[in-house]
Design a protein around this ligand. Structure first.
Ligand code: NAD
Ligand code: UGA
Length: 453
């Protein structure tokens, strides 16, 4: 049997970990990951991987140069591959028609055109990126515009991994979704992709659907998850007015098996590269298909998220005598969630920018995201320093704003921190991470989300 060759175009947060796990679980496939970004590929080939993800290094170390290769030679990769996964970025469009909502599909289209240019035979092309429903139709038209008369099969196989738990999510997925055309060739292509995942995922967890259901399911899954966070955060505001406690409310509500306990944590808001972009994309699509009421319904999820970050800063101001001008504020955590260095759409960006507008002086600490934080705040005006050591960040600070739920923050010596700070010492726990009673006993003025200290 000849070895099947898989190519993945796009060596980012999805392409990198996904292909590493496929290579690990399927030694019979040869996998190449390509990218236009030479630095990124060089990093994948080095000891310093371009993204931080628990467990990733070990998986890459097992497979790299065995059946997993990273390269910038896109034409060669395309020519040799039997199956091509496309996991390029699909950000929100920032210009022209649909700006601020629609997905920018230029990178996807460029990969499709590269496939047309370099392929010598028909192939299965798998949409791994998150895409507007019916993108496969456009992909198919571009791919079939090839003058050689080659036939391609397009499969939708959206990715559901979450950052920080990507390796576990890939190794033990709740489900794998594979959509294809309802033709005999389409069904055969579905089975080829099923055969990859069936090497480690139980067959009953591999769901097959038509193309459009698969494309749309990805947007809907993210929208439903983000909606839960916005729903809880909206109620956290009501809790603060009524002395109900958001942790007690969600714990009790979540015990109903129809509601479920997961994804009900109040916070300063959701971040990450996808929730906002995918909901806005859904909003755009609903508008495009003449469904303004549906568009408005989902848009509210994003509005509520922006409100939550503004509300957090508003609470800080109100507690600190309506001014933070010239006050030092220690920012603990900048990543959009724990266990990642990723800061894309992190609510910390909005909180920090609003505090800078109020002329606060920021001392930012994050265990993994300081490099990205620097880039995010490159153009922000004001007094900002970045601290490798959390105790440096809190020295002389009037307040702490805890913005990411890093476990290491729980283990800090808060007695020492209190002694290092100006008094009264304020602590705003934007993740409800810490032991508030203990902090109160030390002397902090504690402000959690959706509950009294
Ligand atoms: P990313 O920006 O980290 O990686 C995308 C990579 O594609 C970049 O390295 C870029 O250089 C490369 N690229 C762009 N155009 C190219 C081209 N023409 N040829 C070769 N390489 C090209 O993005 P990501 O976070 O990996 O997301 C990729 C897709 O997966 C998006 O559609 C996203 O919505 C979706 N997704 C992301 C996550 C996540 O956790 N980040 C989870 C599920 C789905
Ligand atoms: C999310 C989805 O969980 C993945 O299934 C999906 O594949 C991915 O988006 C994507 O398409 O990119 P991710 O953004 O990596 O994954 O992380 P999540 O764990 O979903 O957290 C998103 C944001 O919501 C974080 O800022 C997190 O702190 C926040 N959140 C999450 C809350 O505020 N409360 C919660 O209860 C859960």
């Amino acid at each position: 049997m000849t070895t099947k060759k898989i190519l993945c175009i796009g060596a980012g947060y999805v392409g990198g970990p996904t292909m590493a796990v496929i290579a690990d679980r399927c030694p019979q496939y040869q996998i190449t990951v390509v990218d236009l970004n030479e630095k990124r590929i060089a990093a994948w080939n080095s000891d310093e991987l371009p993204i931080y993800e628990p467990g990733l290094e070990e998986v890459v170390a097992r497979c790299r140069n065995r059946n997993l290769f990273y390269s910038t030679d896109i034409p060669k990769g395309i020519r040799e591959a039997d199956i091509i996964f496309v996991s390029v970025n699909t950000p929100t469009k920032t210009f022209g028609c649909g700006a601020g909502r629609a997905a920018d599909l230029q990178y996807l289209e460029k990969t499709a055109r590269a496939i047309v240019e370099y392929a010598d035979e028909g192939k299965i092309v798998v949409e791994k990126s998150t895409l507007p429903v019916r993108t496969a139709q456009a992909m198919s038209r571009i791919l079939h515009s090839n003058p050689k008369g080659l036939k391609f099969q397009i499969i939708s196989n959206p990715e559901f991994l979450a950052e920080g738990t990507a390796i576990n999510d890939l190794e033990n997925p709740d489900r794998v979704l594979i959509g294809g055309m309802e033709t005999p060739e389409g069904q055969r292509a579905i089975e080829e992709v099923v055969a990859i995942y069936a090497n480690w995922v139980p067959r009953e967890r591999i769901i097959t659907t038509n193309l459009w259901s698969s494309e749309l399911t990805k947007l809907v899954s993210n929208a439903l998850l983000a909606q839960r966070v916005s729903s809880v955060n909206s109620i956290s505001a009501l809790c603060e007015k009524t002395e109900a406690n958001i942790n007690e409310v969600t714990a009790a509500a979540g015990r109903d098996s129809r509601i479920g306990a997961k994804f009900l944590k109040a916070s300063i808001g959701f971040g990450g590269s996808c929730f906002k972009k995918d909901i806005l994309n859904l909003v755009y699509l609903c508008g495009y298909y003449g469904l303004p009421e549906v568009a408005e319904y989902w848009e509210q999820v994003v509005r509520m998220n922006d409100y939550q970050a503004r509300r957090f800063v508003g609470n800080m101001l109100a507690a600190m005598f309506n001014t933070v001008a010239d006050k030092k504020i220690a920012i603990l955590g900048f990543a959009f969630k724990a266990n990642t260095g990723d800061t894309r759409e992190s609510p910390a960006i909005a909180v920090c920018c609003q505090l800078l507008e109020e002329h606060a002086r920021l001392r930012i600490h994050d265990p993994k995201a300081l490099g990205n934080a620097r880039l995010d705040l490159e153009d922000a005006e004001g007094d900002i320093s970045y601290c490798e050591d959390p105790y440096d960040a809190v020295k002389g600070a009037h307040a702490i704003a805890l913005l990411t739920e890093w476990d290491s923050f729980r283990k800090l010596d808060f007695r020492r921190i209190y002694d290092l700070m100006e008094k009264p010492a304020f602590l705003f726990d934007g993740r409800n991470l810490l032991d508030h009673r203990k902090l109160y006993e030390i002397g902090f003025n504690v402000y959690p989300i959706g509950q009294k200290a």
